[in-house]
Structure formats: C-alpha cells, structure tokens
Design a protein around this ligand. Structure first.
Ligand SMILES: [Fe+2]
Length: 311
C-alpha cells in the first residue's frame, strides 16, 4: 500500500490557526490487481448516492480490527455539531490527534485493506483519491478532522436528531483548495461546486463499521440518512466489516440505541472524508463509480428509500 502526502492550500482565514493541518493523504495502488467480489447495494437520496458494500473484507481482518478498537483509547468526547452540544446531545467518544495518527499510520487489517481498495479504485476511476486536510481547526469550535473514529456504547433518540449533519458542503463552499489535475500546476477548483459534477471533485465519506462480538444489529447505532428537510430516508445497520460510501453532503447521524440492560456492546465507525478528483475535464467520477460498481459486483441491487428502509 502506498500513501502519498501532499499539503493543500487554505482558502480564507477561518481555519488559519496553529492547530490546522493541511496535509492530505493520497491512496495509490501498489500494482493493479483484481478486486475481491462483494455485494453492493445502491440508494439515491435527493440525487445523493449511497453504496452499501458487504462481504468485501476478510473475516480474520475484521477480527483484527475489532481487537484493535477494543483496546484503543478514545480521549475525546465527540459531538456531531457544535450546536448539538448545546442541545444536550449524548456524546460518543473519539480519538485525539495522536491516537488517530497512530491508527492511520499503522492500521489494523481491514482498515489497511480499505486503504488498498481506495488505491485500486483510483486506477479504475482514473482519479486521485485522497483525504480532505487532516485537521481543520478554528478556535471557537471543535476540530474537523478527515480521519475519524466514533465509538459508541449508547445513543439517545435526542442525540440521533441533534446529531444530524453533513460531512462537507461543497455547494456552500470549502475552506481548502483542491488541485485541478487537468490544468497547470497550482491551479485549484473554485471552492464552491456541485458535488460530483463533470470535471469537478466528488466528495465522499467512507464508513467502515466494527462492533464487539456480542453486538447484534437490533441494538441499532447504525447510521440514519436524511433528506434536506430533515426527514429520515434510510438506515444502515451496523454490521462488523460493512463499508458504506456516501456523498459527504448527505445529512446523516448515528441511530439511537435499543440495548437490553444486561448487554454491554460497543461499536465504532472508522470514517474517511475523501476527495475523488478527476484527471480529465470531461470526466464525471460520480457516474464512473456507478458504472464501475456494476462491473465490480454482478449483483448491484437498487434500494427504494423511505423512512422504514433499513438494511
Ligand atoms: Fe458524519
């Protein structure tokens, strides 16, 4: 697995603080190889794509990751938005900068496989796939990292609603520059663009679940996805080793828990905020991924969304 570091540029002064790290990490392939088969299900919520990918990661690799998260330390309380803290959202736990770096630099098996997969996909899509800047920090609010682990043992219904957020909002404007790969060196995309439009980057979050051995999907704490009016459209169950790719400007939150008193489960989601950047002006990487998913898995099924849709 090869990961190349590159420093991005800041737009505006909002995140111009000593804590901000503009380092981005580019996933590159070692050598082109066949991707393992998997099951892919696709849904679209207000034209935002969501892919649920199951059975890609090896069981032993998932077990190694589970053991890692069981022993890991989580030194930060995490709130989904700065507003939700005010609304008494029940916080989860997340890693501080050092803990996240140690995980990213020497990841357990299924996370290593995820990084390798992203390198392979960059070849298939003829795009660069990188993280957003490592950490954008403003004095008045919490840090916004591009590599995150959210650890939960319980989630209240209030917390689920207060936690609705987007991972990014390129239509409104980004605070960092994304290089235009088909123009002269130094050129960057306008900071505001339609996510995944032709010639533009596609900002996607990759979410990999892990859960304790005693965890059952009926304990919930998966992810809920919403329309822009706040109505829930779909839920993905937390299944150990399940990968979900969704457009970063799709509203989502952690689902509330339904845990019997005698059970003591935990679950984590490892989230990468990704930039999928086309190499050609005429390319549409969102469309290219849709076409590639059909080749990757012979059984891509389409999901009809609606508040009761749970997979
Ligand atoms: Fe998120």
């Amino acid at each position: 697995m090869k990961i190349r570091k590159e420093r991005s540029v800041l737009i505006g002064d909002y995140y111009n603080t000593p804590q901000t790290s503009l380092m981005t990490f580019h996933f590159e392939p070692d050598s082109e190889r066949e991707l393992r088969p998997c099951s892919i299900r696709h849904a679209s919520i207000e034209n935002k794509d969501l892919y649920v990918i199951d059975n890609y990661f090896d069981k032993e690799a998932c077990a190694e990751t589970r053991r890692y998260f069981e022993k890991a330390s989580y030194s930060r309380l995490s709130y989904s938005t700065s507003d939700s803290e005010m609304e008494e959202e029940h916080p989860g736990y997340s890693m501080n900068t050092k803990e996240r770096w140690s995980l990213f630099y020497q990841p357990p098996a299924s996370i290593r496989e995820l990084h390798e997969l992203l390198g392979e996909l960059s070849v298939r899509l003829n795009a660069e796939i990188s993280t957003a800047p490592w950490e954008l920090s403003h004095q008045a609010e919490a840090v916004t990292p591009s590599v995150i682990v959210n650890y939960h043992t319980q989630v209240s219904p209030k917390s689920m609603l207060a936690g609705r957020h987007r991972d990014c909002d390129p239509a409104k404007g980004l605070f960092y520059g994304i290089p235009i790969l088909y123009k002269e060196k130094g050129a960057v995309h306008e900071n505001s663009f339609e996510n995944g439009a032709t010639g533009k980057p596609w900002l996607v979050s990759a979410l990999l679940y892990a859960a304790s051995e005693c965890f059952l999907p009926e304990y919930r704490m998966g992810t809920v996805y919403y329309k822009t009016d706040g109505e829930a459209e779909m839920k993905t169950d937390c299944l150990d080793g399940r990968l979900v790719l969704f457009e970063g400007d799709l509203f989502h939150s952690v689902e509330d828990s339904h845990i019997p008193p005698e059970a003591k489960p935990w679950r984590t989601s490892y989230v990468l905020k990704l930039v999928i950047n086309p190499r050609e002006e005429t390319q549409n990487v969102k469309q290219a991924f849709s076409e590639f998913s059909q080749k990757w898995s012979s059984e891509v099924s389409e999901l009809c969304t609606g508040a009761l849709m749970r997979i």
